[in-house]
Design a binder for this molecule. Structure first.
Ligand code: SF4
Length: 227
């Protein structure tokens, strides 16, 4: 089996609950969304080469080829949207688990059926709840609710990227969905990079009315000048 992959690299996790931890990042190609703030535009289509350090190879690639390049104990599977290549992802996860890797999934939370097929491989899921005022896309609340119910079987937190255009009802909806699954699931409010979002403390306080753990965390790797 072969898959379409943009890159493998080692860096510091810059988002969410595991911020600061060193990981290998495996960025799969292809995405079913088109968020306005996307900072992974080179991974949104299935086109282009695989990059690793100074090397460049043609896609698609075998799992075996990637394994040699995944150096860290913790592995973040990201994209694009990795669940679009779910068969390849399943094989990749199985091989990584044979090597005792800790697997961390970053997903846009829009593909619950595919998530259900691979969730057992992951120790932690970073699930985006897509906020329409930030993404410019249609709401995905039903997909997010289904995905979160599935991911609650393992470690999971929700990440919501917000802009200063956030509407209060969007945060309320995100909190309501989380609380219905488990109010102990953490919510990370992530202000979009490069924009001052003025009322973060008020937003955090509002979310804490229905959830136990609400954190405000920016994209730390960007402040550090890392990938
Ligand atoms: S889901 Fe992620 S990769 Fe896809 S468009 Fe949105 S931010 Fe970019």
């Amino acid at each position: 089996m072969k898959g379409f992959v943009r890159e493998v690299f080692a860096s510091v996790q810059g988002e969410g609950l595991m911020v600061g931890q060193r990981m290998s990042f495996v960025r799969l190609l292809g995405c079913n969304l088109g968020c306005r703030y996307c900072d992974s535009t080179s991974a949104r289509s299935m086109e282009g080469p695989f990059l690793c350090g100074s090397e460049s190879f043609e896609n698609p690639l075998s799992v075996e080829f990637l394994l040699d390049r995944i150096t860290e104990k913790k592995v973040a599977i990201t994209g694009g949207e990795p669940l679009l290549q779910v068969d390849f992802l399943q094989e990749l996860c199985a091989r990584l688990l044979e090597h005792d890797k800790y697997l961390y999934l970053e997903t846009n939370g829009s593909l619950p059926d595919a998530l259900g097929r691979v969730i057992a491989n992951f120790r932690m899921v970073c699930m985006d709840f897509k906020i329409p005022s930030a993404t410019g896309q249609r709401p995905l609340w039903d997909e997010h609710a289904q995905s979160l119910r599935i991911a609650a079987a393992t470690g999971v937190f929700v990440k919501a990227v917000i802009t200063r255009d956030l509407r209060p009802e969007e945060l309320s909806m995100a909190c309501e969905i989380i609380a219905r699954v488990d109010k102990r699931i953490p919510l990370v409010i992530q202000p979009v990079f490069g924009q001052a979002v003025g009322n973060l403390l008020e937003l955090q306080a509002a979310a804490l009315e229905s959830l136990f753990d609400v954190r405000v965390i920016p994209q730390v790797h960007k402040y550090l000048g890392l990938r």
